[in-house]
Design a protein around this ligand. Structure first.
Ligand code: DLZ
Ligand code: SF4
Length: 533
């Protein structure tokens, strides 16, 4: 039996289900670089380099183990440009008896996969992705019949199921969740660890040149690429996180500081989502650090919750709800994404800083994403599909299975509360508490209204006013709605007027995503660079 085993670009794990029963004498592994995957959204240049370089390294490692790999590079003049077209060409070359593949990370690709057996006329076996700790059917069973699908309930079930941080039937330390201890602001002058960088080797440099040539208009800087592209480097990145960051990760996981994007964050999500690391090994490694006394429980629990809880939960939810999930728009948000999400050119220092980090590194940490970039999009009523595409484009770790629930459900509340119990809306006070951004801002975070006021302040109340019909009965929003009810009409009127003039100016500032300079019209009030000046 000759088997053709297709490995996708985000399936680069040595024990991938596709490869478990591989017969080196008879089988071929197929890997294909295709334009369709590089352009279905216009990924950040560093994300393209990461995926393509990691694919090339993975192919070389398989070959070094004596496995036959048929690798189709983007530069191949016969490259047919899509998974289906390349698979058709490969079947003609190899004449296999069957095809084996692991289920895709994205619904779009899995829909293609389901058509392959008929299109190619040979059996196609689609295997479960065993890199995840919660198989899709187990999540579906957990979700069945539940009205709300809260992460916390799922997470506790996963702790029990896997035994991570358990002492018998009880959670280690007597509590499931140490989040309350994890909200510290960075003290001024506090030194944070240096990011462990992985400078590009010859293979990565070749891919960087290819990406610069083929995808010059995609968002993001190429210089400064420092992501791990092999399993060995990914393990070194994990070790750096465990040794130098994990002990303080819990305390400062929500903190932000200008010019210091990485703080105590692991930066391992890109490697994890590509398959260079797996969820079980990173949870096990973190738990060991608690058991041997080198990291405190609040840090280790906070980290394990991200992987065992949140990451598995969003993946389960994605597969349980697709393809309908992105169709909802519970808060009727329709505004276009402001141009500054691409250019970073805004007088709001927090947003400018987060976009700058994103452009430079294809990375921003969870609070920058949720409470600055996501929060602004929520308050300004940006159309969910546009925000979702932006997040999918710009982050090195972004695949739809993880991006969509995080943005549609968590950041934008566009699913009406299926995922989150309330919208994560906040005024400038939260950003001021958790960062030093406001000190360098043209706006004043203490001002509530008028041209100098922090836009987050009036946009926050305006958001509650505009969505009173759908949100005022939410018990978790009872307090702000009580405050709103007591607000003098003049103050309420000022909020609505400030928000309207700000949002009007925002709507007139249009630009094409991707190019750095192609701006049609800008509202001078909103941008650092006045095109007239
Ligand atoms: C993201 C990506 C890119 C940019 N390029 C490729 C590619 O050329 N070949 C490939 O196999 N996979 C690529 N990927 C990852 C796929 O888009 C990913 O497998 C899908 O998102 C499905 O999860
Ligand atoms: Fe952001 Fe407002 Fe602070 Fe400026 S004042 S950095 S806009 S939160």
């Amino acid at each position: 039996m000759r088997t053709l085993r297709l490995v996708l670009g985000d399936q680069l794990h040595p024990r991938l289900a596709t490869l478990t029963d591989l017969d080196p004498g008879a089988d071929t592994v197929l890997m294909v670089e295709v334009t369709d995957e590089a352009t279905y959204v216009r990924h950040h240049k560093q994300k393209l380099v990461l995926v393509l370089s990691a694919m090339r390294h993975f192919a070389a490692e398989l070959r070094a183990r004596g496995i036959a790999v048929d690798y189709v590079a983007l530069e191949d003049p016969d490259n047919a440009g899509s998974f289906t077209a390349e698979l058709t060409r490969a079947v003609a070359r190899h004449r296999p008896d069957r095809i084996v593949v692991t289920e895709a990370g994205e619904w779009r690709v899995e829909a293609m996969m389901r058509g392959w057996e008929e299109a190619l006329g040979i059996p196609v076996e689609i295997r479960d992705d065993t890199r995840f700790l919660c198989p899709r059917p187990i999540f579906a069973r957990w979700a069945e019949g539940r009205e709300s699908l809260r992460m916390e309930t799922f997470y506790r079930a996963m702790r029990r199921r896997t035994g991570f941080l358990m002492e018998g039937r009880e959670p280690a330390g007597g509590r499931w969740n140490f989040d309350h201890d994890n909200r510290r602001r960075l003290p001024p002058g506090h030194a944070v660890p240096e990011r462990r960088r992985f400078p590009p080797d010859a293979v990565t440099r070749e891919v960087m040149a290819l990406v610069a040539r083929r995808f010059p208009d995609h968002f993001g800087d190429l210089d400064g690429f420092a992501w791990p592209v092999t399993r060995a480097d990914a393990l070194a990145a994990l070790r750096h996180f465990l040794d130098d960051c994990l002990p303080d990760f819990g305390d400062y996981q929500d903190a932000m500081r200008a010019g210091t994007p990485f703080l105590y964050h692991g930066l391992i999500a890109p490697a994890l989502n590509l398959g260079l690391l797996d969820a079980e090994e990173v949870c096990r490694a973190a738990e060991e650090r608690w058991r041997d006394g080198s990291a405190p429980l609040n840090a280790v629990e906070g980290f394990i919750r991200q992987i065992l809880g949140w990451r598995e939960y969003v993946r389960g939810l994605y597969w349980a709800k697709m393809p309908d999930y992105p169709q909802t728009n519970a808060l009727d948000a329709t505004r276009d994404l402001p141009w500054f999400y691409w250019s970073g050119e805004t007088r709001m220092a927090c947003l400018a800083e987060c976009v700058r980090d994103t452009k430079a590194h294809a990375h921003a940490h969870h609070i920058q994403r949720l409470m600055v970039l996501g929060n602004f999009a929520l308050l300004a009523g940006i159309a969910p599909a546009q925000v979702e595409e932006w997040f999918l484009v710009v982050y090195a770790d972004a695949y739809e299975w993880v991006e969509l629930p995080n943005v549609h459900g968590m950041a934008l509340f566009a699913d009406g509360g299926l995922l989150a119990s309330k919208p994560y809306a906040s005024s400038g006070a939260y950003i001021d508490r958790m960062s030093d951004y406001c000190r360098g801002c043209a706006y004043d975070v203490r001002e509530k209204s008028g041209p100098a006021a922090c836009p987050f302040n009036y946009l926050y109340w305006n958001f509650l006013i505009a969505n009173e019909g759908s949100l005022s009965r939410n018990p978790r929003l009872a307090m702000p709605y009580r405050t709103l009810a007591r607000m003098p009409p003049a103050r309420r009127g000022a909020i609505v007027a400030d928000a309207a003039s700000f949002l009007d100016a925002l709507s007139t500032s249009k630009g094409e995503p991707g190019g750095d300079g192609a701006v049609d019209a800008r509202a001078p009030d909103l941008f650092l660079v006045d095109p007239a000046g």
